[in-house]
Design a protein around this ligand. Structure first.
Ligand code: TTP
Ligand code: MG
Ligand code: MG
Length: 431
Protein backbone atom coordinates (compact mmCIF):
# COMPACT_ATOMS: atom_id res chain seq x y z
CA UNK A 1 0.00 0.00 0.00
CA UNK A 2 1.47 3.35 -0.96
CA UNK A 3 1.60 6.19 1.48
CA UNK A 4 -0.72 8.15 -0.80
CA UNK A 5 -3.68 5.83 -0.25
CA UNK A 6 -3.63 6.35 3.52
CA UNK A 7 -6.59 8.41 4.69
CA UNK A 8 -5.61 11.96 5.59
CA UNK A 9 -5.89 12.58 9.31
CA UNK A 10 -9.15 14.17 10.42
CA UNK A 11 -8.71 17.90 10.93
CA UNK A 12 -8.18 18.58 14.62
CA UNK A 13 -11.08 20.57 15.93
CA UNK A 14 -10.61 22.84 18.90
CA UNK A 15 -11.83 21.20 22.12
CA UNK A 16 -15.24 22.44 23.20
CA UNK A 17 -16.28 21.17 26.61
CA UNK A 18 -19.62 21.98 28.23
CA UNK A 19 -20.62 21.95 31.88
CA UNK A 20 -24.37 21.66 32.37
CA UNK A 21 -25.98 22.27 35.76
CA UNK A 22 -29.68 22.18 36.56
CA UNK A 23 -31.20 25.34 38.07
CA UNK A 24 -32.27 25.11 41.75
CA UNK A 25 -32.58 21.42 41.07
CA UNK A 26 -34.46 19.96 44.04
CA UNK A 27 -36.74 22.97 44.24
CA UNK A 28 -37.49 22.82 40.52
CA UNK A 29 -38.40 19.15 40.75
CA UNK A 30 -40.84 19.99 43.55
CA UNK A 31 -42.45 22.63 41.32
CA UNK A 32 -43.32 19.94 38.80
CA UNK A 33 -45.83 18.49 41.27
CA UNK A 34 -46.62 21.72 43.12
CA UNK A 35 -46.69 24.32 40.32
CA UNK A 36 -48.61 26.67 42.63
CA UNK A 37 -45.33 27.22 44.52
CA UNK A 38 -43.34 28.34 41.49
CA UNK A 39 -41.51 31.61 42.00
CA UNK A 40 -42.15 31.69 45.75
CA UNK A 41 -39.38 31.67 48.34
CA UNK A 42 -38.94 28.00 49.17
CA UNK A 43 -36.34 25.74 50.72
CA UNK A 44 -35.84 21.99 50.70
CA UNK A 45 -34.52 20.33 53.83
CA UNK A 46 -35.27 19.08 57.30
CA UNK A 47 -35.94 15.47 56.51
CA UNK A 48 -37.26 13.07 53.94
CA UNK A 49 -40.61 13.25 52.30
CA UNK A 50 -43.20 11.44 54.35
CA UNK A 51 -45.61 10.18 51.80
CA UNK A 52 -48.58 12.44 51.42
CA UNK A 53 -48.44 13.97 54.85
CA UNK A 54 -49.96 17.10 53.36
CA UNK A 55 -52.83 15.13 51.89
CA UNK A 56 -53.54 13.44 55.21
CA UNK A 57 -53.68 16.82 56.91
CA UNK A 58 -55.91 18.22 54.20
CA UNK A 59 -58.32 15.31 54.51
CA UNK A 60 -58.44 15.84 58.25
CA UNK A 61 -58.85 19.62 58.17
CA UNK A 62 -60.84 20.10 54.97
CA UNK A 63 -63.03 17.04 54.77
CA UNK A 64 -65.52 18.71 52.41
CA UNK A 65 -63.76 16.87 49.63
CA UNK A 66 -61.48 13.88 49.34
CA UNK A 67 -57.90 14.90 48.57
CA UNK A 68 -55.80 12.43 46.56
CA UNK A 69 -52.42 12.35 44.85
CA UNK A 70 -54.15 13.77 41.76
CA UNK A 71 -54.79 17.02 43.66
CA UNK A 72 -51.22 17.96 44.50
CA UNK A 73 -51.31 20.93 42.16
CA UNK A 74 -54.47 22.22 43.88
CA UNK A 75 -53.30 22.18 47.46
CA UNK A 76 -53.73 25.77 48.65
CA UNK A 77 -50.43 27.60 49.07
CA UNK A 78 -51.32 28.57 52.64
CA UNK A 79 -51.49 24.90 53.51
CA UNK A 80 -47.76 24.30 53.01
CA UNK A 81 -45.42 24.38 56.00
CA UNK A 82 -43.42 27.56 56.49
CA UNK A 83 -39.84 27.95 57.61
CA UNK A 84 -40.97 30.01 60.61
CA UNK A 85 -42.71 26.96 62.11
CA UNK A 86 -39.67 24.72 61.89
CA UNK A 87 -37.87 23.54 64.99
CA UNK A 88 -34.92 21.20 64.67
CA UNK A 89 -31.42 21.00 63.34
CA UNK A 90 -31.91 20.22 59.69
CA UNK A 91 -30.01 22.10 57.01
CA UNK A 92 -31.04 23.43 53.64
CA UNK A 93 -30.19 21.31 50.62
CA UNK A 94 -31.35 23.96 48.19
CA UNK A 95 -33.18 27.28 48.18
CA UNK A 96 -35.28 28.70 45.37
CA UNK A 97 -33.92 31.84 43.75
CA UNK A 98 -36.62 33.91 45.46
CA UNK A 99 -35.40 32.59 48.83
CA UNK A 100 -31.75 33.17 47.91
CA UNK A 101 -32.60 36.87 47.58
CA UNK A 102 -33.01 36.83 51.39
CA UNK A 103 -29.52 35.44 51.89
CA UNK A 104 -30.72 31.88 52.39
CA UNK A 105 -28.69 29.08 50.78
CA UNK A 106 -27.48 25.47 50.70
CA UNK A 107 -26.01 24.01 53.90
CA UNK A 108 -27.46 26.77 56.10
CA UNK A 109 -29.30 25.63 59.21
CA UNK A 110 -33.08 25.83 58.80
CA UNK A 111 -33.51 27.77 62.04
CA UNK A 112 -31.04 30.40 60.89
CA UNK A 113 -32.72 30.55 57.50
CA UNK A 114 -36.06 31.03 59.27
CA UNK A 115 -34.78 34.25 60.77
CA UNK A 116 -33.83 35.56 57.33
CA UNK A 117 -36.92 34.42 55.45
CA UNK A 118 -39.65 33.13 57.81
CA UNK A 119 -42.31 33.11 55.11
CA UNK A 120 -40.40 30.67 52.88
CA UNK A 121 -42.16 27.39 52.19
CA UNK A 122 -40.34 24.38 53.61
CA UNK A 123 -40.50 21.03 51.86
CA UNK A 124 -38.80 17.77 52.82
CA UNK A 125 -36.44 16.16 50.32
CA UNK A 126 -37.61 13.39 48.02
CA UNK A 127 -34.34 11.87 46.86
CA UNK A 128 -36.00 9.08 44.88
CA UNK A 129 -37.80 11.60 42.71
CA UNK A 130 -34.66 13.76 42.26
CA UNK A 131 -32.74 10.69 41.15
CA UNK A 132 -35.48 9.73 38.72
CA UNK A 133 -35.48 13.15 37.08
CA UNK A 134 -31.67 13.15 37.15
CA UNK A 135 -31.61 9.97 35.09
CA UNK A 136 -34.18 11.45 32.70
CA UNK A 137 -32.27 14.65 31.89
CA UNK A 138 -29.00 12.75 31.47
CA UNK A 139 -30.69 10.40 29.03
CA UNK A 140 -31.82 13.39 26.94
CA UNK A 141 -28.21 14.60 26.84
CA UNK A 142 -26.60 11.31 25.82
CA UNK A 143 -29.21 10.84 23.09
CA UNK A 144 -27.85 14.05 21.53
CA UNK A 145 -24.23 14.21 22.72
CA UNK A 146 -22.96 10.77 23.75
CA UNK A 147 -19.70 11.73 25.46
CA UNK A 148 -21.02 12.76 28.87
CA UNK A 149 -19.43 12.57 32.31
CA UNK A 150 -21.78 12.23 35.26
CA UNK A 151 -20.68 14.66 37.98
CA UNK A 152 -23.52 14.25 40.44
CA UNK A 153 -27.24 14.45 40.73
CA UNK A 154 -27.69 17.68 38.77
CA UNK A 155 -24.58 18.25 36.68
CA UNK A 156 -22.50 16.76 33.90
CA UNK A 157 -19.64 17.55 31.57
CA UNK A 158 -20.23 17.01 27.88
CA UNK A 159 -17.64 16.85 25.11
CA UNK A 160 -19.09 19.04 22.33
CA UNK A 161 -16.00 18.80 20.10
CA UNK A 162 -17.26 16.27 17.57
CA UNK A 163 -21.01 16.64 18.02
CA UNK A 164 -22.97 18.35 15.22
CA UNK A 165 -23.50 21.98 16.23
CA UNK A 166 -20.87 21.62 18.96
CA UNK A 167 -18.51 24.09 17.29
CA UNK A 168 -21.09 26.53 15.94
CA UNK A 169 -21.02 29.87 17.74
CA UNK A 170 -18.49 28.34 20.12
CA UNK A 171 -21.00 25.69 21.20
CA UNK A 172 -24.03 27.94 21.69
CA UNK A 173 -26.09 26.18 19.02
CA UNK A 174 -25.76 22.77 20.63
CA UNK A 175 -26.20 24.23 24.11
CA UNK A 176 -29.52 25.77 23.01
CA UNK A 177 -30.67 22.44 21.58
CA UNK A 178 -29.84 20.68 24.86
CA UNK A 179 -31.67 23.27 26.95
CA UNK A 180 -34.73 23.00 24.73
CA UNK A 181 -34.74 19.20 24.72
CA UNK A 182 -34.31 18.94 28.49
CA UNK A 183 -37.10 21.46 29.06
CA UNK A 184 -39.38 19.50 26.76
CA UNK A 185 -38.63 16.15 28.38
CA UNK A 186 -38.60 17.19 32.04
CA UNK A 187 -40.07 20.69 32.34
CA UNK A 188 -36.82 21.90 33.92
CA UNK A 189 -34.28 24.56 33.03
CA UNK A 190 -30.51 24.33 33.24
CA UNK A 191 -27.48 26.51 32.68
CA UNK A 192 -24.60 25.62 30.39
CA UNK A 193 -21.04 26.89 30.07
CA UNK A 194 -18.97 25.96 27.02
CA UNK A 195 -15.21 26.46 27.07
CA UNK A 196 -11.94 24.88 25.91
CA UNK A 197 -11.84 22.61 29.00
CA UNK A 198 -13.69 21.35 32.08
CA UNK A 199 -12.17 23.85 34.47
CA UNK A 200 -13.38 26.88 32.51
CA UNK A 201 -16.69 25.28 31.53
CA UNK A 202 -17.53 24.68 35.19
CA UNK A 203 -17.00 28.36 35.95
CA UNK A 204 -18.86 29.46 32.84
CA UNK A 205 -22.02 27.52 33.65
CA UNK A 206 -22.50 29.83 36.65
CA UNK A 207 -22.09 33.06 34.71
CA UNK A 208 -25.63 33.32 33.50
CA UNK A 209 -27.77 31.28 35.89
CA UNK A 210 -30.65 30.43 35.70
CA UNK A 211 -31.49 29.23 32.20
CA UNK A 212 -28.34 30.76 30.71
CA UNK A 213 -25.64 29.86 28.24
CA UNK A 214 -22.10 31.23 28.50
CA UNK A 215 -19.47 30.76 25.87
CA UNK A 216 -15.86 31.22 26.96
CA UNK A 217 -12.83 31.21 24.69
CA UNK A 218 -9.17 31.17 25.63
CA UNK A 219 -8.99 34.84 24.68
CA UNK A 220 -11.57 35.68 27.38
CA UNK A 221 -9.29 34.62 30.20
CA UNK A 222 -8.13 38.08 31.26
CA UNK A 223 -11.53 39.75 31.01
CA UNK A 224 -13.88 37.07 32.31
CA UNK A 225 -11.86 34.69 34.49
CA UNK A 226 -9.10 36.71 36.08
CA UNK A 227 -11.43 39.16 37.90
CA UNK A 228 -13.15 36.27 39.73
CA UNK A 229 -12.27 35.26 43.30
CA UNK A 230 -10.01 32.20 43.55
CA UNK A 231 -12.83 30.20 45.17
CA UNK A 232 -14.56 30.00 41.80
CA UNK A 233 -11.92 27.49 40.68
CA UNK A 234 -13.23 24.00 41.35
CA UNK A 235 -10.41 22.62 43.50
CA UNK A 236 -9.72 25.72 45.58
CA UNK A 237 -11.66 25.14 48.77
CA UNK A 238 -12.09 27.40 51.79
CA UNK A 239 -8.80 26.33 53.37
CA UNK A 240 -6.65 26.87 50.29
CA UNK A 241 -8.47 30.14 49.68
CA UNK A 242 -7.67 31.36 53.18
CA UNK A 243 -4.00 30.55 52.65
CA UNK A 244 -3.98 32.36 49.32
CA UNK A 245 -5.63 35.37 50.93
CA UNK A 246 -2.98 35.39 53.63
CA UNK A 247 -0.52 36.01 50.78
CA UNK A 248 -2.70 38.78 49.42
CA UNK A 249 -4.07 36.67 46.56
CA UNK A 250 -7.79 37.17 46.17
CA UNK A 251 -8.56 36.93 42.46
CA UNK A 252 -7.60 34.36 39.86
CA UNK A 253 -5.69 37.13 38.08
CA UNK A 254 -3.61 37.74 41.19
CA UNK A 255 -2.95 34.00 41.33
CA UNK A 256 -1.93 33.96 37.67
CA UNK A 257 0.52 36.77 38.32
CA UNK A 258 2.52 34.64 40.78
CA UNK A 259 5.52 32.70 39.53
CA UNK A 260 5.02 28.99 39.21
CA UNK A 261 8.11 28.44 41.39
CA UNK A 262 6.68 30.68 44.11
CA UNK A 263 3.43 28.73 44.13
CA UNK A 264 5.31 25.44 44.32
CA UNK A 265 7.46 26.74 47.17
CA UNK A 266 4.38 27.75 49.16
CA UNK A 267 1.80 25.14 48.16
CA UNK A 268 3.85 22.05 47.33
CA UNK A 269 4.97 20.54 44.06
CA UNK A 270 1.69 19.10 42.91
CA UNK A 271 -0.89 21.58 44.23
CA UNK A 272 1.35 24.58 43.51
CA UNK A 273 1.85 23.52 39.89
CA UNK A 274 -1.85 22.83 39.54
CA UNK A 275 -2.73 26.28 40.94
CA UNK A 276 -0.50 27.82 38.29
CA UNK A 277 -2.12 25.85 35.46
CA UNK A 278 -5.62 26.53 36.73
CA UNK A 279 -5.04 30.28 37.04
CA UNK A 280 -4.00 30.29 33.39
CA UNK A 281 -7.12 28.41 32.41
CA UNK A 282 -5.23 25.27 31.43
CA UNK A 283 -6.76 21.85 32.02
CA UNK A 284 -6.52 18.81 29.79
CA UNK A 285 -8.58 16.33 31.79
CA UNK A 286 -10.72 14.28 29.44
CA UNK A 287 -14.48 13.91 29.74
CA UNK A 288 -14.74 10.47 31.37
CA UNK A 289 -17.85 8.55 30.44
CA UNK A 290 -17.98 5.83 33.07
CA UNK A 291 -16.73 7.11 36.35
CA UNK A 292 -17.01 4.58 39.13
CA UNK A 293 -17.90 5.52 42.69
CA UNK A 294 -15.03 5.34 45.15
CA UNK A 295 -17.24 4.85 48.17
CA UNK A 296 -20.83 5.04 49.35
CA UNK A 297 -21.92 6.63 52.58
CA UNK A 298 -24.90 7.65 54.61
CA UNK A 299 -24.90 10.09 57.45
CA UNK A 300 -27.41 11.81 59.64
CA UNK A 301 -27.46 14.89 61.85
CA UNK A 302 -29.45 14.24 65.01
CA UNK A 303 -32.40 16.34 66.04
CA UNK A 304 -30.57 16.98 69.33
CA UNK A 305 -27.08 16.14 70.54
CA UNK A 306 -26.87 12.52 71.62
CA UNK A 307 -24.72 10.91 74.23
CA UNK A 308 -23.21 7.46 73.77
CA UNK A 309 -24.25 6.32 77.24
CA UNK A 310 -27.46 8.20 77.99
CA UNK A 311 -28.85 7.75 74.46
CA UNK A 312 -27.39 4.36 73.79
CA UNK A 313 -30.56 2.76 72.47
CA UNK A 314 -31.43 5.63 70.16
CA UNK A 315 -27.88 5.88 68.82
CA UNK A 316 -27.76 2.13 68.29
CA UNK A 317 -30.97 2.21 66.26
CA UNK A 318 -29.74 5.12 64.13
CA UNK A 319 -26.43 3.34 63.60
CA UNK A 320 -28.13 0.15 62.46
CA UNK A 321 -30.37 2.10 60.10
CA UNK A 322 -27.39 3.88 58.52
CA UNK A 323 -25.66 0.53 57.95
CA UNK A 324 -28.81 -0.87 56.38
CA UNK A 325 -29.09 2.14 54.13
CA UNK A 326 -25.49 1.90 52.93
CA UNK A 327 -25.96 -1.81 52.34
CA UNK A 328 -29.13 -1.11 50.34
CA UNK A 329 -27.31 1.57 48.28
CA UNK A 330 -24.53 -0.90 47.51
CA UNK A 331 -27.00 -3.60 46.52
CA UNK A 332 -29.10 -1.27 44.37
CA UNK A 333 -26.09 0.02 42.49
CA UNK A 334 -24.36 -3.37 42.33
CA UNK A 335 -21.23 -2.74 44.38
CA UNK A 336 -19.47 -4.35 47.30
CA UNK A 337 -16.63 -2.95 49.35
CA UNK A 338 -14.10 -3.91 51.99
CA UNK A 339 -13.15 -0.69 53.74
CA UNK A 340 -15.75 0.17 56.32
CA UNK A 341 -15.66 3.43 58.18
CA UNK A 342 -17.52 5.73 60.49
CA UNK A 343 -17.67 9.46 60.88
CA UNK A 344 -18.65 11.37 63.99
CA UNK A 345 -19.21 15.03 64.46
CA UNK A 346 -19.14 16.30 68.01
CA UNK A 347 -21.29 19.08 69.38
CA UNK A 348 -18.35 21.47 68.90
CA UNK A 349 -18.29 20.54 65.17
CA UNK A 350 -14.98 18.70 65.46
CA UNK A 351 -15.05 15.62 63.28
CA UNK A 352 -13.51 12.18 63.71
CA UNK A 353 -13.33 9.35 61.19
CA UNK A 354 -12.08 5.79 61.56
CA UNK A 355 -11.99 2.96 59.08
CA UNK A 356 -11.03 -0.64 58.85
CA UNK A 357 -10.37 -2.86 55.86
CA UNK A 358 -11.60 -6.42 55.93
CA UNK A 359 -10.49 -9.35 53.78
CA UNK A 360 -13.69 -10.12 51.95
CA UNK A 361 -15.79 -7.69 49.90
CA UNK A 362 -19.25 -7.22 51.34
CA UNK A 363 -22.57 -5.45 51.00
CA UNK A 364 -24.06 -7.13 54.05
CA UNK A 365 -25.66 -4.74 56.54
CA UNK A 366 -24.84 -6.92 59.53
CA UNK A 367 -21.17 -7.25 58.68
CA UNK A 368 -20.95 -3.53 57.94
CA UNK A 369 -22.59 -2.86 61.32
CA UNK A 370 -20.13 -5.15 63.07
CA UNK A 371 -16.98 -3.63 61.55
CA UNK A 372 -18.29 -0.08 61.85
CA UNK A 373 -19.04 -0.88 65.50
CA UNK A 374 -15.39 -1.77 66.02
CA UNK A 375 -14.41 1.56 64.45
CA UNK A 376 -16.70 3.31 66.92
CA UNK A 377 -14.75 1.80 69.80
CA UNK A 378 -11.67 3.68 68.58
CA UNK A 379 -13.12 7.18 68.97
CA UNK A 380 -13.91 9.33 71.96
CA UNK A 381 -17.51 8.61 72.90
CA UNK A 382 -17.61 10.64 76.08
CA UNK A 383 -18.50 13.89 74.29
CA UNK A 384 -21.95 14.77 72.95
CA UNK A 385 -22.49 13.90 69.29
CA UNK A 386 -24.39 15.73 66.58
CA UNK A 387 -23.76 13.56 63.55
CA UNK A 388 -23.04 9.96 62.70
CA UNK A 389 -22.07 8.51 59.33
CA UNK A 390 -21.22 5.10 57.91
CA UNK A 391 -19.17 4.57 54.80
CA UNK A 392 -18.07 1.65 52.66
CA UNK A 393 -15.07 2.17 50.38
CA UNK A 394 -12.62 0.17 48.24
CA UNK A 395 -15.53 -0.74 46.03
CA UNK A 396 -15.70 -3.19 43.22
CA UNK A 397 -18.60 -4.24 41.08
CA UNK A 398 -20.58 -6.99 42.71
CA UNK A 399 -19.44 -10.44 41.64
CA UNK A 400 -16.21 -9.28 39.99
CA UNK A 401 -13.41 -11.65 40.88
CA UNK A 402 -10.23 -10.77 42.67
CA UNK A 403 -7.86 -8.42 40.93
CA UNK A 404 -10.42 -5.83 39.93
CA UNK A 405 -10.53 -2.63 41.91
CA UNK A 406 -12.37 0.56 41.22
CA UNK A 407 -9.75 3.17 40.47
CA UNK A 408 -9.55 6.43 42.33
CA UNK A 409 -10.76 9.51 40.59
CA UNK A 410 -8.23 12.04 39.39
CA UNK A 411 -7.42 15.02 41.57
CA UNK A 412 -10.18 17.48 42.22
CA UNK A 413 -12.98 15.24 41.00
CA UNK A 414 -13.83 13.85 44.34
CA UNK A 415 -15.40 16.82 46.00
CA UNK A 416 -18.96 16.08 47.04
CA UNK A 417 -21.26 19.06 47.13
CA UNK A 418 -23.98 17.80 49.35
CA UNK A 419 -24.52 18.55 52.98
CA UNK A 420 -28.06 17.55 53.73
CA UNK A 421 -29.28 16.70 57.20
CA UNK A 422 -29.69 13.21 55.91
CA UNK A 423 -27.86 12.71 52.73
CA UNK A 424 -26.52 10.20 50.34
CA UNK A 425 -23.22 10.33 48.55
CA UNK A 426 -21.54 8.01 46.15
CA UNK A 427 -18.23 9.84 46.15
CA UNK A 428 -17.04 10.05 49.73
CA UNK A 429 -17.64 11.75 53.03
CA UNK A 430 -19.80 14.79 52.96
CA UNK A 431 -17.49 17.32 54.51
P1 TTP B 1 -26.37 22.81 43.02
O1 TTP B 1 -26.28 22.59 41.56
O2 TTP B 1 -25.14 23.28 43.73
O3 TTP B 1 -27.50 23.86 43.36
P2 TTP B 1 -28.95 24.05 42.74
O4 TTP B 1 -29.16 23.19 41.55
O5 TTP B 1 -29.95 23.88 43.83
O6 TTP B 1 -28.96 25.58 42.33
P3 TTP B 1 -28.18 26.26 41.11
O7 TTP B 1 -29.23 26.82 40.24
O8 TTP B 1 -27.34 27.33 41.75
O9 TTP B 1 -27.36 25.20 40.45
O10 TTP B 1 -26.84 21.49 43.74
C1 TTP B 1 -27.72 20.57 43.14
C2 TTP B 1 -28.60 19.91 44.18
O11 TTP B 1 -27.78 19.23 45.13
C3 TTP B 1 -29.42 20.90 44.97
O12 TTP B 1 -30.65 21.20 44.34
C4 TTP B 1 -29.57 20.24 46.29
C5 TTP B 1 -28.35 19.39 46.44
N1 TTP B 1 -27.39 20.02 47.37
C6 TTP B 1 -27.34 19.58 48.68
O13 TTP B 1 -28.05 18.65 49.05
N2 TTP B 1 -26.49 20.20 49.55
C7 TTP B 1 -25.68 21.24 49.18
O14 TTP B 1 -24.92 21.79 50.01
C8 TTP B 1 -25.73 21.69 47.81
C9 TTP B 1 -24.86 22.84 47.35
C10 TTP B 1 -26.60 21.05 46.95
MG1 MG C 1 -27.71 23.13 40.09
MG1 MG D 1 -24.86 21.26 40.68
Amino acid sequence: MSALSVNPPAPTLPRRIAHLDMDAFYASVEWLRYPQLKGLPMVIGGGRRREDELLARLNAERPERRWTAADLAHIPVDFFPRLRDYAGRGVITTASYAARAFGVGSAMGLMKAARLCPQAILLPADFDEYRRISRAFKQVITDIAPVMEDRGIDEVYIDFTHVPGGQREGGRVLARLLQKSILQATGLTCSIGVAPNKLLAKMASEFDKPNGISIVHEADLATRIWPLPCRKINGIGPKADARLQAHGIRTIGELAARERAWLIAHFGKSYGAWLHEAAHGRDDRPVVMHSEPVSMSRETTFERDLHAVADRAELGAIFTRLCERVAADLARKGYEGRTIGIKLRYADFKTATREQTVTAYTQDARLIRQVAGQCLKRVDLTRPLRLLGVRVGSLRRQGEGAGFEVSKRPFGQNRPAMNASESIATTGWLF
